[in-house]
Design a protein. Structure first.
Length: 235
C-alpha cells in the first residue's frame, strides 16, 4: 500500500468517531463489515494495520486437522490450560496458524453474544482505556474476569476460538467434556446460537494492552502458556 493511500485511510479512521455498538443480537453486522470497522478503530488508536484482502477459500477442514497440527507444532503437551487466557493464546498462535496455513491470521478482540445475552461486551471506551492504561484491578470488580474476548480471524473470514470451550468447561460442569477443545467456522456458525463482533485487530494492539497491565498477559514462550500468571487473564 502506498504511503499516500495509507495516510488517507488513517485520516478517514480518525474522522470516524461513531462506531456501531450493538444493542441486540440482531444488530450485529455481517462479519466482514464489522472487521472493516474494527480496522478503522484500530488505526484511530495509532496502530498500523492494512485492509484485508479476503480470499474465497476454506482452510479449516471438518476435522480441523490443519489447525491441530499447527498447535502441536508448538510442542504444547496439553490444550487444557487455555481457560480464561483468550488474549494470550490468540496472540501466541496467530502467527503460527498463519505460517501453517499460508494465509493472514489476526488476533481479534471484541464481543461475543449468546443469542440476546452478551457474554463478553467491552465498549469502545474500554478498548481505548486499555490501550492507554492496560488492564487494572478495577476491571475485575464484580466480575470473575475482565470483560474482553479474543480469537483469531483468518484471511478466509474463518474464526478460530482456542479458549471459549475450555473456559466454559470450568464454569459449568455440564460442559466438562469440552475442556481442551476449540471451535472454528464462520460467524454466525462457529458456535450454535453465538455471534462474534470484532472491534480491534492485531498483535500490536494486544501487546500494548499487556505492556500496560498489572500483569503481563502475553508470552512468546510455549512453556509459559499455562503459567499461573494467567490468573489475571479471563477470556
Amino acid at each position: 500500500m502506498s504511503k499516500i493511500r495509507r495516510r488517507v485511510q488513517y485520516l478517514h479512521a480518525l474522522k470516524q468517531t461513531k462506531y456501531l455498538m450493538p444493542k441486540s443480537y440482531n444488530e450485529i453486522p455481517e462479519y466482514k463489515a464489522a472487521f472493516k470497522q474494527a480496522i478503522y478503530f484500530t488505526r484511530s488508536c495509532s496502530f498500523d494495520i492494512d485492509a484485508v484482502n479476503w480470499i474465497d477459500k476454506t482452510f479449516i477442514t471438518a476435522d480441523s486437522t490443519d489447525i491441530e497440527d499447527s498447535l502441536r507444532d508448538s510442542k504444547l503437551a496439553s490444550f487444557d490450560g487455555a481457560a480464561r487466557q483468550c488474549l494470550k493464546w490468540s496472540h501466541f498462535y496467530a502467527p503460527r496458524v498463519a505460517k501453517k496455513l499460508g494465509c493472514g491470521a489476526w488476533v481479534t478482540i471484541g464481543q461475543i453474544w449468546n443469542r440476546e445475552e452478551i457474554v463478553y461486551g467491552p465498549s469502545w471506551n474500554d478498548l481505548k482505556r486499555w490501550i492507554a492504561k492496560g488492564i487494572q484491578r478495577d476491571d475485575f470488580e464484580n466480575r470473575r474476569g475482565f470483560n474482553l474476548h479474543a480469537w483469531i480471524t483468518l484471511q478466509t473470514c474463518e474464526i478460530i476460538d482456542l479458549t471459549f470451550f475450555t473456559t466454559l468447561s470450568e464454569m459449568d460442569p455440564q460442559f466438562k467434556s469440552c475442556a481442551g477443545q476449540f471451535t472454528h467456522g464462520r460467524d454466525p456458525h462457529a458456535i450454535n446460537g453465538h455471534r462474534y463482533y470484532p472491534m480491534a485487530i492485531g498483535s500490536d494492539f494486544a501487546q500494548t494492552i499487556s505492556d500496560k497491565s498489572i500483569s503481563s498477559l502475553l508470552t512468546n514462550n510455549v512453556e509459559e502458556l499455562n503459567n499461573c500468571s494467567a490468573v489475571f487473564l479471563f477470556d
